[in-house]
Write a protein that binds this ligand. Structure first.
Ligand SMILES: Nc1nc2c(c(=O)[nH]1)N[C@H]1C(S)=C(S)[C@@H](COP(=O)(O)OP(=O)(O)OC[C@H]3O[C@@H](n4cnc5c(N)ncnc54)[C@H](O)[C@@H]3O)O[C@H]1N2
Ligand code: MOO
Length: 428
């Protein structure tokens, strides 16, 4: 099902269709790249493939502290005594050669001396001092040929494809690049995000409440979700339920940020000004998704006002994601749609973790919308993931979200699920 017959834009669409629109718009608006110092690239999306420029390891080296020797010198059974001719520590390659009957003290990571092909660990040896021809080392246990030697290029060869554009730079990937000597990486620019809360009823925590007012909890929720995803969002003071004030603030932010996320004022009430604003001066990509909670979510771009060539009459270049005001709707729509928008703008190629879990209690859903129900994950002794659904499904009930750590995805249409049935979950 797509647009309602009277709607000039998709409305009451399924979550998959909404996600497809979000992804398509994000591809079109994909952000450019920037070169960052490695230290600043953690968590960012790589913009360009990375190929190996050096072998790793760069040279044959010892994996253990001990003695480098020629395997052919070791007795096939019992102990062997070798003459100690020097030491090779990590850091500077000495030009030493291990001749037959001799060995060299070596530390982990130190280059293998010429002639030696095997390392015996210190614990399996005994150094026996003699006065005339230097120390002798008694090898107490034999070793396999090549034991404890790390070969040049065994991990990475020059030219190997190491990292691909679209990958998120995890600590391991940054370390791989560092090991290649890269001090800068090309990453996709991180979207700048403005966060708005709206509503005359909202009061900031710490201030007294008047009758009919409630504390603003969505701002911290959204800021936290965004920060946990690696963004540096900027929060605006709460907007009043006033059409002009809302338009002024969004015009400003729309020219200054890549993405503007609002919450509240997007439904059908007399004070819900956002849908009318975007119909008038924006380009609505969709409004209303058949999901619970989060149904009134609106996604829009901006277009310059007619006849205004330089775009000053429009809402800037930002993309606007307007989340419904109910706190759990904010959580659900951010996880289900907002994150995909921000991932898409950065060309993130790797899908987010989506788990399958077994329900720990039966679930009966009678309504038609897709539902994102709060639940708590656990891991059974059998290694399977389990999820305990939380029966509090009201979109104002934040406590159930705080007691949970995942949203259970219940597909569209009535469902009668039994304990043990597998379901998709979005961990948060
Ligand atoms: N006639 C209709 N009424 C409603 C519809 C509808 O389709 N037709 N949709 C309902 C659904 S579903 C939702 S969700 C809400 C969404 O409404 P809005 O996005 O316009 O949000 P508000 O009305 O501004 O607020 C809803 C609710 O959330 C509280 N809120 C808002 N902001 C915050 C905040 N920052 N911190 C904490 N709580 C907040 C607000 O006080 C309201 O209680 O509309 C239904 N109605
Ligand atoms: O869809 Mo609303 O988000 O149920 O509360």
């Amino acid at each position: 099902m797509t647009a309602a017959p009277t709607s000039p834009f998709p409305s009451r669409i399924g979550l998959d269709e909404a996600l497809a629109i979000v992804r398509a718009v994000a591809v079109k608006c994909r952000l450019g790249s920037e070169s960052l110092a490695l230290q600043r690239a953690h968590g960012r999306v790589l913009a360009r493939d990375l190929h190996a420029v050096i072998d790793q390891p760069g040279f044959d080296n010892s994996a253990m502290d001990g003695f480098a020797l020629r395997h052919a010198d070791l007795a096939s059974e019992g102990e062997t005594v070798l003459t100690l001719v020097g030491e090779q520590f990590a850091g500077r390659a000495l030009d030493v050669e291990v001749q037959p009957g001799t060995c060299l003290r070596i530390t982990t990571g130190a280059p293998m001396p010429r002639g030696a092909d095997t390392v015996v660990i210190k614990e399996n040896t005994r150094v026996e001092s003699t006065s005339l021809d230097g120390d002798r080392v008694r090898i107490l246990q034999s070793a396999k040929p090549g034991q404890h030697v790390r070969r040049a290029g065994e991990d990475v060869r020059v030219g190997d494809a190491l990292l691909a554009a679209g990958q998120v730079l995890t600590p391991s990937r940054i370390a791989l690049a560092a090991g290649q000597g890269q001090d800068r990486l090309d990453v996709v620019r991180r979207p700048t995000v403005a966060v708005f809360t709206t509503g005359d009823e909202l009061v900031e925590p710490g201030l007294p409440l008047q009758p009919g007012q409630l504390y603003n909890s969505n701002r911290e929720l959204l800021m936290g979700l965004l920060r946990a995803d690696g963004f540096e969002p900027v929060a605006w003071p709460t907007l009043p339920d006033d059409a002009d004030a809302v338009e002024n603030a969004l015009r400003h932010a729309g020219h200054a940020f890549d993405v503007v996320i609002t919450c509240g004022g997007v439904s059908a009430g007399e004070k819900d000004h956002l849908p009318a604003l975007f119909r008038r001066v924006g380009d609505v990509h969709f409004w209303k998704v058949r999901m619970k909670p989060g149904m009134p979510v609106l996604f829009a771009g901006s277009r310059p006002a007619q006849g205004d060539d330089d775009g000053h009459g429009g809402l800037g270049d930002a993309l606007f994601l307007c989340l419904p005001g109910n706190p759990v709707s904010v959580l659900a729509t951010y996880l289900a749609l907002g994150r995909s928008l921000l991932d898409g703008l950065q060309g993130r190629g790797e899908a987010r973790l989506r788990l399958r879990a077994r329900l720990q209690a039966p679930l009966c859903k009678t309504h038609e919308r897709l539902e994102l129900l709060r639940g708590r994950l656990s891991f059974g002794d059998d290694g399977a993931v389990h999820v305990e659904p939380n029966p509090a499904d009201g979109s104002h009930r934040m406590r159930a979200a705080a007691d949970s750590d995942a949203l259970i995805v219940l597909s569209e249409g009535p469902l009668d699920l039994q304990a043990g049935d597998p379901v998709d979950v979005l961990p948060y």
